[in-house]
Design a protein around this ligand. Structure first.
Ligand code: NAP
Ligand code: GCO
Length: 264
């Protein structure tokens, strides 16, 4: 059974994985035997990431690439194929959020979120699929969100993008399943990373941020997730153990989506 979860001999690309959720997933992949490739938008972040992987005893391959730029992505994937090998596992992790009430949000800001969170997974997937087909298969994991299912004030662009990413996941599964490509999503709950740091900032009197208390009350596990909570589910979806799982969104949310909320 253990072998079914092994990623030995596999090459995994995790986008935007210098820190946060992407880093934790890549670390999990490395422990399962995979070679790690990651990118980030700035050289200083790639350098920071390389140092962090090294500290974990992982020899990762880091590249600068903006995942929204199709030309850059195509050149990046060609370079990885030449220098490291054909990508077996892709995790579309890079993402941004802008918390702005919808009627105050500019179309430019809305488009930027859609560009990073939805268009980029399309661009990067499109760049790796042909080689996966030639190689006989592959795994694509899209990092979705609670907002693939739920709305909330101020995150219209993010929710639209992550809802769209859920459907892109199902479409890739539908279109390329015949080539032994499995495309699934992971929908993390509220995870303690730099992206959610503003929602956890302590108040002037030292008390919890109201949103922090709200999430603790809304999560049956009664805590924020840790990026490490996503490593096991990601290894499952990247490994042979999930070869007949396709087009599925695996919510890793401490039970949020199952729960109506605390009784008054
Ligand atoms: P994070 O801490 O902000 O990390 C995201 C990474 O993506 C950063 O390294 C970021 O670089 C990089 N990135 C952004 N735009 C990029 C671009 N155009 N090209 C290349 N890299 C880019 O976020 P996280 O919390 O780990 O989230 C990772 C993923 O999980 C995102 O897709 C997010 O939406 C999703 N997610 C997060 C949570 C949560 O609670 N934290 C929950 C559900 C889903 P910079 O630092 O330069 O921006
Ligand atoms: C927000 C948060 C969320 C999380 C995550 C939930 O402002 O509501 O940032 O969107 O990051 O995606 O699954």
């Amino acid at each position: 059974m253990e072998n079914k979860f092994s990623l030995k001999g596999k090459i995994a690309l995790v986008t935007g994985a210098s820190y946060g959720i992407g880093f934790a997933i890549a670390k999990g992949f490395a422990k399962a035997g995979a070679t790690i490739v990651f990118n980030d938008i700035k050289q200083e972040l790639v350098d920071k990431g390389l140092a962090a992987y090294e500290q974990e005893g992982i020899k990762a391959h880091g590249y600068v690439c903006d995942v929204t730029d199709e030309e850059q992505v195509n050149a990046f994937i060609a370079k990885v194929e030449k220098e490291v090998g054909v990508i077996d596992i892709l995790v579309n992790n890079a993402g941004i959020i802008k918390r702005i009430p919808m009627c105050e949000m500019s179309a430019k800001d809305f488009r930027q979120v859609i560009d990073v969170d939805l268009n980029a997974p399309f661009i990067v997937s499109k760049a790796v699929i042909p080689s996966m087909i030639k190689k006989g298969g592959g795994k694509i994991i899209n990092i979705c969100s609670m907002m693939s299912e739920l709305g909330r004030e101020t995150v219209s662009a993010y929710a639209a993008a992550k809802g769209g990413l859920k459907m892109l996941t199902r479409n890739i599964a539908s279109e390329y399943g015949q080539y032994n490509i499995q495309c699934n999503g992971i929908g993390p709950g509220y995870i303690a990373t730099p992206q959610t740091a503003p929602l956890r900032e302590k108040q002037a009197d030292g008390s919890r941020h109201p949103f922090d208390s709200f999430i603790i009350a809304k999560t049956p596990a009664a805590r924020w997730g840790d990026p490490e909570d996503l490593a096991g589910p990601a290894v499952f979806l990247a490994s042979e153990a999930s070869n007949f799982v396709n087009g599925h969104i695996l919510y890793v949310d401490g039970g949020i989506l199952a729960y109506i909320g605390k009784q008054p």
